[in-house]
Ligand binder design. Structure first.
Ligand code: ADP
Length: 151
């Protein structure tokens, strides 16, 4: 029995799949909420990364380790707003709904992150808006790999 080749998996993913087909739902909190409440949201929503928004606009991202780092210090995390500790634009690595999955996977590897926000780029009075529409994670990639190797 011959094993499926990795090249074949790559081809399947590259030819057939776009981000919108496998992305997950948005998990976000507002810009001014506390670090403490963001940690509660991380448990409640069972995710490892939370996106920070101002309305529909993506402004930041926090990972488990960002939250651990601030939580082990002497700071009162019920008083610190999440925007103090988040990674912010223009440093956020993102993808769009119609992007090729392989390109997004490369971004995750090159930038050494667990997930990418999926955004729609808009303009509002000359200001760039990153409307948050989903999230693309290492779990999405793992599922896709399993589907294409096993089936
Ligand atoms: P962890 O820190 O829990 O291992 P990540 O590897 O995803 O999780 O995050 C590493 C760092 O990169 C964190 O400081 C986080 O804020 C930041 N980060 C996470 N995802 C992104 C992204 N898509 N774009 C830019 N920075 C990110």
């Amino acid at each position: 029995k011959s094993k499926p080749k990795v090249g074949y998996v790559y081809q399947e993913i590259q030819e057939k799949k776009y981000i919108y087909e496998i992305m997950g739902p948005v998990v976000s909190v507002e810009n001014n909420i506390s670090v403490y409440d963001t940690i509660l949201q991380m448990f409640a929503k069972d995710v490892g990364t939370i996106f920070i928004v101002e309305g529909e606009n993506l402004v930041g991202i926090v990972s488990r380790k960002d939250l651990l780092k601030i939580a082990i210090g002497k700071t009162d995390i019920t008083k610190v707003p999440i925007n103090v500790v988040m990674t912010r634009m223009p440093n956020i690595v993102y993808c769009e709904e119609n992007d090729d999955i392989v390109d997004a996977v490369k971004k995750i590897i090159v930038h050494q992150v667990d997930s990418l926000p999926v955004v729609r780029l808009k303009e509002d009075n000359g200001k760039n808006i990153y409307q948050l529409v989903g999230r693309f994670t290492k779990t999405n990639i793992t599922k896709l790999f399993l589907e294409n190797v096993v089936k």
